[in-house]
Ligand binder design. Structure first.
Ligand SMILES: *Cc1c(COP(=O)(O)O)cnc(C)c1O
Length: 392
């Protein structure tokens, strides 16, 4: 049995070079980065270097990068802070129906506190319509938040176009770029965005460290109150080893970006080709044009069976994937993303998300497809709705 990890959008293994860079910051450079003696200054220097590395990956200035505890915190911070800072101008924000829960649940929280939220529809491939986006802007709109790349179906949004529309109307623009970082070139100046959220553990860095890019000149209140860390914007003693690991991962991502994209695209295309060749009744979710998807993402519905069962049987064979829908013991809750692109509940229950990455090999894909064929065949033999017309 092989062990094959095809869930790079959930998290990535930490690269060896990253671990190596982090270790001294867990040992000899243990000092508090705010302290003025040797070990503190070493830690401070490591953080400064990492800030440069993260900034360089997105063509920002180091002073525009604020480290947070994760991507989720960056999302929470920017939404709450802009609503706070711009309350005199208005209380309306625009987002989409397919955002990550870090955005959607923050919006629900803000709605309870008097903020009005428009959740834009997306088309059958998950794209936001720029005209619909512009039409949703009102006099009291203060912020728009549209994710760069969807974590379930891989859709890459036209961020540059949307940011330009927002700017024209004096609306601040944020993008959750957690799935975009390290998977496509990001240039904040070219994109014209005001804020982006990032996370280290999706780019072969450690967990528990993220960052917010905030364009120079924009004022927002801090989210975590306390000491003067992160230029008084994010209190709390810095996670120096995590920050240094994030910096190294960002540097590796920048230097290896073209190779990473080409490798992921090639194996993802190979996986889809083999699945279509060997399994019947399968449907692709997300953009058909693979150039408009996350380079490693493949989201597929297998008719008549449940993604959850596929996941469990693949796991028995050493393969890690994720499902498009969460099946709890009491109810079948379908994915909000598949729902938004119009996939029926029955079909979306059979969704599986595969994400390939830097350590995936062609042999891995061959093993996954060979196993998948057996697993799907077995589950369909057991399925009472197998081949039934109108089952969904
Ligand atoms: C993983 C993810 C997050 C959350 O990042 P954490 O660092 O795990 O909090 C936010 N948005 C998207 C799109 C993600 O994929």
């Amino acid at each position: 049995m092989r062990n094959v990890y095809l869930d790079y959008s959930a998290t990535t293994p930490v690269k060896e070079e990253v671990v190596k860079e982090m270790i001294p910051f867990l040992s000899e450079y243990f000092g508090n980065p705010s302290s003025l003696y040797g070990p503190g200054l070493e830690a401070k220097a490591g953080i400064d270097n990492a800030r440069n590395q993260v900034a360089e990956l997105i063509n920002a200035e180091p002073a525009e990068i604020y480290f947070t505890s994760c991507g989720t915190e960056a999302d929470n911070w920017v939404l709450e802070a802009v609503c706070d800072a711009k309350s005199a101008k208005g209380n309306h924000i625009i987002t989409t129906k397919i955002e990550h829960h870090a955005i959607l649940h923050t919006c629900e929280y803000l709605e309870k506190h008097g903020v009005e939220v428009t959740y834009l529809d997306v088309d059958s491939e998950g794209f936001v319509d720029p005209a619909a986006f512009e039409a949703a802007i009102k006099d009291n709109t203060i912020l728009a938040s549209v994710m760069m790349v969807n974590n379930e179906i891989g859709t890459v949004q036209p961020i540059k176009e949307l940011a330009a529309i927002a700017k024209k109307h004096g609306v601040l623009f944020h993008t959750d770029a957690v799935q975009g970082l390290g998977n496509l070139p990001i240039d904040v100046k070219d994109l014209g965005v005001d804020f982006i959220s990032m996370s280290a553990h999706k780019i072969y860095g450690p967990k528990g460290i993220g960052a917010l890019y905030k364009r120079k000149g924009i004022q927002i209140p801090s989210y975590v109150h306390g000491g003067a860390q992160e230029r008084k914007k994010r209190a709390g003693t810095e996670n120096s080893s995590g920050i240094v690991g994030f910096g190294k991962a960002a540097e590796l991502a920048r230097l290896g970006l073209d190779e990473h994209i080409a490798h992921s695209r090639e194996l993802r295309a190979y996986l889809w080709e083999k699945i279509q060749e060997q399994v019947t009744d399968v449907y692709l979710n997300g953009p058909v044009d693979f150039d408009k998807r996350h380079p490693g993402n493949l989201n597929v519905c297998f008719d008549y069976i449940e993604g959850e069962s596929i996941l469990l049987l693949l796991d028995c064979n050493g393969i890690c994937v994720s499902t498009g829908s969460a099946c709890s013991s009491k109810s079948l809750a379908s994915s909000h993303v598949l729902d938004a692109i119009g996939v029926s509940i029955a079909r979306s229950n059979g969704a599986v998300r595969f994400t390939v990455g830097d350590f995936t090999t062609k042999k891995d894909i061959d093993y996954v497809v060979e196993t998948l064929v057996k697993v799907v065949k077995r589950l369909r033999e057991l399925s009472p709705v197998n081949g039934m017309e109108g089952w969904d």
